[in-house]
Write a protein that binds this ligand. Structure first.
Ligand code: GCU
Length: 678
């Protein structure tokens, strides 16, 4: 049965014509298999090629005839050494794939400066076959643009996954370290295939237990499984761990005993895991302990950890997602206020990890104002892959356009072209330590992600972390070809459907710059009316601010002035209602219901039209999918069809609830011709 377990690494037999085309180019495999990574590379190529081509490819020591695939590094392969290729610009993780003549025979060489580079090259080579590309006359080279390409698992030690909609945690802490589930290897393969090189195993709000000797043994076992695939393990730590498991009276980062405790803990970890990646920290946010508990800054907090990790080459990823309900300031402003003044105070091995937008992974938000605002500090992007605010497991929402929209946003901090992507990849401000994190959507479901299409979000995250300037459409197409079919009659409509899916969700959930209309707590479905007493400042009514006159959050000078946190040209644009892109209108402005939109319609009519459009779009997605019956196996076809039906039902729920609620506030009539819900 096609249960999605194989993700995009399905390796099913290619159509005969393609098989024939490739056959002559894959007659033997020449690679050393002396290291764990080389063996992983060999296994993947054998598995992939035999699956795709329907026959085993022999492993040989030398090139015997045309069609050899020679893989490795100049150090591991005399054949590659003799090519004398210039690999200096590949770094330690890049690769070259070239057609060449080796020992008088036509061959393909896959070359890295390290075994990991060669492994990445092997996955790229397989992808060429999977996506139906030519493999003669190859001359490809690629290398990652970012140093750290990391999945953040929001997994608790009890197996629960924070905002996870694909089952329980795949880490079976009870059976580790002795039982190493083969699934861990498949997880590593999938990540390596898209260049992910780090995994933070546990949730940022977990306890201190993960740092106890018993659990560190388990962590070490996972690190052993991942190592051949170039994946380092990281841990989220609880800032008060020195108290909870260290027996100290304080976790004050400036206390000498605390500093010594972290140093000793880091030494202990590196004895077990010599290539341990480092720590991820959520401090003084949503109830987590942190340096502010002792009157210290985020920099003090990050630096004590950084000093402990530095001798071993580890890093600290310190999250900027901080806000407090005790702070009367607009939530959108709080992270910037807290971190901007600390620029220049962090150790060299600290990255500040910033969510893509200033609120919280909404269907649409402007880019976070910290990007470009802390030039002395490497800022790491944090995207959410799990669809906390985008319909959980079932809604088909491809997140590539969400990521691309943010990465291509222009911060204007160094003039035009200062995109978020250039902040993240270090090129704008000259940082060598760079990174991107994605809050994983992985769980114990057979298909890993809760639906086949959710796998695309894991995929596009990895591909953009490798190179944040890529197009999300190109990546979607790659994924569709690998996951479903190379048939253009299928690929084109499915890619179009994916590319439009995000705007559909924005329309039926939070159009025109609205945010956080979801039911508080669970975030499933609409609750724009919610104004309950508890946490009153953080309820949907706080965000949309609808009243008899209009709707929207005034973030200009007459309001919270959050717009002023952006670079002057951007701030000027967002502060001026005429210049603000309509997709952000209600994020920055409180706008009268009868305000004339660019279309000539009133805001109220246009709001209704967006909600209606969102539902229409989902209807069209269902039709598209219906027309593709037969291109996909029955199991995956039916599940997607059923999930799209759920999505349509829930899109209607969103539309009807939001229109009814906002109408009760605005008192405006429905537009003529608008069909009320059946
Ligand atoms: C959101 C999310 C939480 C998560 C938090 C975070 O608020 O709802 O579940 O823990 O983000 O990123 O820390």
């Amino acid at each position: 049965a096609e249960d999605g377990y194989d993700l995009w690494l399905r390796y099913r037999p290619l159509p005969p014509a393609q098989m024939k085309l490739y056959g002559g180019r894959a007659s033997q495999l020449v690679l050393a298999a002396d290291t764990p990574t080389q063996r992983a590379t060999r296994d993947e190529l054998q598995r992939g090629l035999s699956g795709l081509l329907g026959r085993d490819i022999p492993l040989t020591q030398t090139v015997l005839h045309d069609g050899a695939i020679v893989v490795g590094t100049a150090a591991s392969s005399p054949l590659i050494a003799r090519l004398h290729w210039d690999t200096r610009n590949l770094g330690s993780e890049g690769y070259l794939i070239r057609s060449a003549v080796i020992d008088g025979h036509a061959a393909t060489a896959i070359v890295g400066n390290s075994d990991i580079g060669a492994l990445y090259g092997a996955f790229r080579f397989l992808r060429l076959l999977q996506t139906g590309q030519h493999i003669d006359r190859l001359d490809l080279h690629d290398a990652p643009h970012l140093t750290l390409r990391v999945l953040d698992h929001w997994d608790y030690l009890n197996g629960q996954v924070e905002r996870g909609y694909a089952g329980a945690s795949i880490w079976d802490w009870w059976k580790l370290p002795d039982w190493r589930d083969p699934r861990y290897t498949d997880y590593a393969r999938a990540n390596a295939s898209i260049g992910i090189n780090g995994s933070v195993l546990n949730d940022v709000a977990g306890g201190a237990t993960i740092l106890t000797p018993t659990y560190l043994q388990k962590v070490a076992a996972l690190a052993d499984v991942f190592r051949p695939y170039g994946i380092r393990v990281y841990l989220s730590i609880r800032f008060s761990a020195p108290i909870e498991i260290g027996g100290l009276k304080t976790a004050d980062p400036l206390d000498p005993q605390v500093r010594a405790w972290w140093r000793a803990k880091a030494d202990e970890i590196y004895r077990l895991i010599p290539d341990f990646g480092g720590f991820l920290v959520k401090a003084n946010s949503e109830g987590q302990p942190g340096p502010a508990d002792y009157g210290r800054t985020h920099a003090d907090g990050a630096n004590v950890l950084a000093d402990a990790l530095a001798p071993h080459g580890g890093v600290v990823m310190w999250r900027a997602f901080v806000y407090s309900q005790a702070n009367p300031e607009d939530r959108a402003k709080q992270a910037y206020d807290a971190f901007k003044p600390l620029d220049g105070q962090f150790r060299a091995n600290v990255l500040v990890q910033v969510k893509n937008g200033p609120i919280d992974f909404q269907p649409r938000e402007p880019f976070h104002p910290l990007f470009g605002a802390m030039p002395k500090t490497p800022l790491m992007m944090e995207f959410e892959i799990t669809k906390e605010y985008l319909g959980f497991a079932t809604h088909l929402v491809y997140l590539g356009p969400v990521y691309e929209e943010v990465l291509s946003s222009d911060t204007m901090t160094h003039g035009k072209g200062s995109t978020v992507a250039k902040v993240i990849d270090g090129s704008l401000e000259g940082h060598r330590l760079t990174g991107m994190a994605g809050d994983a959507n992985i769980g114990t479901d057979r298909d890993w992600c809760g639906s086949d299409f959710n796998q695309a979000n894991w995929y596009v995250f990895g591909r953009l972390a490798w190179n944040p300037s890529q197009s999300s459409r190109t990546i979607a197409e790659e994924w569709v070809r690998m996951t479903f079919s190379n048939d253009d009659a299928f690929v084109k409509p499915v890619v179009d459907m994916m590319m439009g899916s995000r705007e559909a969700a924005v329309d039926y959930m939070t159009p025109l710059g609205l945010v956080h209309l979801m039911g508080p707590g669970h975030h499933y479905g609409p609750a724009p009316w919610d104004a309950s007493e508890a946490e009153a400042d953080w309820r949907p009514v706080y965000y949309h601010r609808a009243d008899k006159q209009g709707i929207g959050f005034d973030r200009t000078r007459s309001g919270s002035d959050a717009a002023a946190q952006y670079a002057p040209p951007v701030a000027a644009q967002f502060s001026d209602i005429q210049q603000t892109p309509e997709r952000f209108l209600l994020y920055f402005h409180h706008v009268p219901w009868d305000y004339r939109m660019r279309s000539g319609q009133t805001l109220w009519y246009e709001l209704v039209a967006h909600y209606a459009q969102g539902v229409e779009d989902v209807k069209r997605m269902r039709e598209t999918w219906r027309g593709l019956h037969g291109y996909v196996d029955e199991q995956r076809y039916q599940q997607t069809a059923s999930f799209l039906a759920i999505q349509e039902k829930e899109a209607q729920w969103w539309r009807d609830a939001c229109i009814a609620y906002f109408q009760s506030i605005s008192g405006q009539p429905l537009p003529p011709g608008y069909a009320p819900p059946e």
